[in-house]
Each structure stands twice: as structure tokens, then as C-alpha cells.
Design a protein around this ligand. Structure first.
Ligand SMILES: C[S@@+](CC[C@H](N)C(=O)[O-])C[C@H]1O[C@@H](n2cnc3c(N)ncnc32)[C@H](O)[C@@H]1O
Length: 357
């Protein structure tokens, strides 16, 4: 057996403990979001001291030391930054103030884009609880650990829990808000299209963003009836309740944003075949536009790959879905009868894939 020296073993211990306690880091982020720390700092108008933060949060001043320790971890993780400034009343002394970073700015409730609803929904007890069933599930016959934990699929659970359904839909709207940042760069993807069906389009967040830039594009959102309920149509945005495995309305293009990663290969091929039928019915040479994760471990940043792999585990826990490498995507497209595709890595974790008949 290869001899491992003590230094290597201690490094190994650090990796083990970092992952073991990763959940504590997640819960610290959750507490910062639930306490509203990013908004308090933003409303303060300048970097904030711990006593000011404690007072604004209406926390017992005896807990200041705990708030300091929470902030110390979150600064280390990159969610907040510290600045040192000389005290107003004593120019000899410095005080530490806490400021936002790009990550915590994304958690401001009123900002556009905001990921606050996304992060809140992902910390819902149902999601956290189901991940605890991962090991047990490997020995079980249920499709997902979520099914093992709750005796029903994630989608059934959503349809039966109004509160969580609302949170999940808000989460998706907030995730789609990030599209605002790139829509100008990918206008050409939608140009020349008269009609598009956004399959699994939720509450129509992407449609609203794209419509502002391309008002002549007729946008139809197809999603499950309990999701599109109470979503009023507007001039060029229409909602249809239905099941994408049964029927997809005809259009020049079909959009699938964060849909296929939530399903297994067979189901994806089924949906893609339905998409192909839907775009060929118009008589034009349409396309399918996919916004989803492409895992490309070789050429990308370690942190980005880790985020994608964590998403992959989330898909395994919740919905029998998976994040795919390019080869796996290609297999789905060819399996559904498409001839070629083009991948553009545009959206941080997500790529844009155009698929052609
Ligand atoms: C991860 S969300 C993505 C929402 C939206 N595309 C976005 O990116 O903001 C997946 C969506 O697929 C919808 N969905 C799941 N199963 C479906 C089905 N069989 N037919 C139509 N929509 C479905 C869900 O209701 C949900 O809105």
C-alpha cells in the first residue's frame, strides 16, 4: 500500500470536514436570508458595524458576538466583505464595517435580478428532508429519494401543496430574471420567429422579458394546470394548461428552459419528439431552443463544475433528472430525430442549445 504522510492525511481530514459541515454553511446562508441581512446592509446606505446590524435586525444585543461569528463565516465564503474605517469620534482607532458583495446583492429582495426567492425555496424543509433519504433510496425501488421520503413524486407534491407550489414558482421567476442580463446578447436567437411555445414556462417570466425586446413574437406558455392557474393572458403572452408528454401546440420554435434536466433520458426523447412534431407543423424549418446545464468538466472552472455537479445531485434527489455532458445531450437530440445542434455557453451555469430538425 502506498505510504501517505501525515501532512496529506491532515489535508484529507480538512476535505472530509469541509464536506461534512457543508450543511452548516448552507444553514448560515439560510439564516442570513431569513434575517434579511443583505437588505439591512443595503438600506443602511453604507457598510454597517455589528452593533448597527444587531440593532437593525432587532436582535438582543447580548447576541452580538454570535452575529459577528455568523458574519465572519459569510465574509470568508464571499457573501459579504469587510472594510476598515477610522472611527468618527476617535481618529486613532479603526472599526470594521460589513458590506455587500455581488453574491449578497443578488439576495436583495427588491433588486432586479434577485435570487432571494430561489434561495428561500431551495431551503424548504421538503427539499432538505428528501436529500436525507439518498443513501436509503439506493436500496429501494422508488424512482427518487423524494418519493422515498414523501411517497409521491416532486410534481405531485407541488400540485398538493399550494404554499410550496407558490414558493417554487416564485423561485423560477427569480431565476429567469437573470435572463434580463443576457437577453440583448441572444436577441438573434429569437429573431425571425413569429411564434414560440415555452414548454414548462411556469408563470411566463422569460416570455415577459423577451417580449419587451421583441413585441411581435407570439409567446405561449405551456405548463401544468395548477401552475398556469390565475395567470392572465396579455396581448402576445398566452397561457395553456396541459401536459407536455401529451400535447405541445405548434409554433416556429419551442423553448425548454430548465426542463430536460428534470427528466430521465426516455422522457426527454419523448418530449423532444413532441417538440419536433410541433415545429414541423408550421411548414417552416423551426428549431428547439434549450437553456440548461452542460457539464464540461475539462475546460471549466472548478467552482463552476462543482455547482453543476451539485445541481445534478439535486435532480437525482428530487426528480429522476440529471445534468448532462455534451455527448449525452447529443444522444437525446439524435434519438428524437434531430439532425444537428449548436451549444453556446452564455448563462454562467447554463448554456444555450439550438437544436434543428
Ligand atoms: C424547473 S421549472 C422551470 C420553469 C421555467 N421554464 C423557468 O426556467 O423559469 C420546470 C417546470 O416544468 C413544469 N412541468 C413539469 N412537468 C410538466 C409537464 N408534464 N408538462 C408541462 N410542464 C411541466 C413545472 O410545472 C415547472 O414549471
Amino acid at each position: 500500500m502506498q505510504k501517505i504522510d501525515a501532512e496529506e492525511l491532515f489535508q484529507a481530514q480538512t476535505l472530509l470536514y469541509n464536506y461534512t459541515y457543508g450543511f452548516i454553511g448552507s444553514m448560515c446562508l439560510k439564516s442570513a436570508v431569513h434575517l434579511g441581512i443583505p437588505d439591512v446592509i443595503s438600506n443602511h446606505g453604507q457598510p454597517i458595524t455589528i452593533p448597527e446590524l444587531v440593532s437593525a435586525l432587532k436582535i438582543d444585543p447580548n447576541k452580538s458576538g454570535y452575529v459577528y461569528r455568523l458574519m465572519r463565516l459569510l465574509v470568508h465564503a464571499g457573501f459579504f466583505a469587510i472594510t476598515k474605517v477610522t472611527k468618527k469620534d476617535n481618529k486613532e482607532e479603526e472599526e470594521v464595517r460589513y458590506d455587500l458583495t455581488p453574491s449578497s446583492r443578488l439576495l436583495l429582495k427588491e433588486n432586479v435580478p434577485t435570487l432571494s426567492p430561489f434561495v428561500r425555496a431551495m431551503f424548504h424543509p421538503a427539499l432538505v428532508h428528501s436529500s436525507e433519504f439518498l443513501a436509503e433510496w439506493f436500496h429501494k425501488s422508488e424512482v427518487t429519494p423524494f418519493n422515498t421520503a414523501f411517497g409521491m413524486s416532486y410534481w405531485e407534491y407541488l400540485s398538493q401543496n399550494q404554499e410550496f407550489n407558490g414558493l417554487f414558482n416564485e423561485a423560477m421567476i427569480s431565476d429567469s430574471g437573470m435572463m434580463n442580463l443576457v437577453i440583448k446578447n441572444c436577441k438573434s436567437v429569437f429573431e425571425g420567429l413569429n411564434s414560440l411555445v415555452d414548454v414548462g414556462g411556469g408563470k411566463g417570466a422569460v416570455g415577459r422579458i423577451v417580449s419587451e425586446e421583441l413585441p411581435n413574437l407570439h409567446w405561449t406558455v405551456l405548463d401544468l394546470p395548477h401552475v398556469v392557474a390565475n395567470s392572465p393572458d396579455s396581448t402576445n403572452l398566452k397561457f395553456v394548461g396541459g401536459d407536455m408528454f401529451q400535447f405541445i401546440p405548434s409554433a416556429d420554435a419551442i423553448l425548454l428552459k430548465l426542463i430536460l434536466h428534470a427528466f430521465g433520458d426516455e422522457e426527454c426523447v419523448k418530449v423532444l419528439k413532441k417538440c419536433r412534431e410541433a415545429i414541423s407543423n408550421t411548414g417552416k424549418k423551426g428549431k428547439v431552443i434549450i437553456i440548461d446545464i452542460v457539464i464540461s468538466e475539462k475546460n471549466e472552472d472548478h467552482v463552476l463544475t462543482e455547482a453543476k455537479l451539485l445541481f445534478d445531485m439535486l435532480m437525482m434527489v428530487l426528480v429522476n433528472g440529471k445534468e448532462r455532458e455534451e455527448k449525452e445531450w447529443e444522444k437525446l437530440f439524435l434519438g428524437a430525430g434531430f439532425s444537428h445542434y449548436k451549444i453556446t455557453p452564455l448563462f454562467g451555469m447554463r448554456s444555450l442549445i439550438e437544436v434543428y430538425p
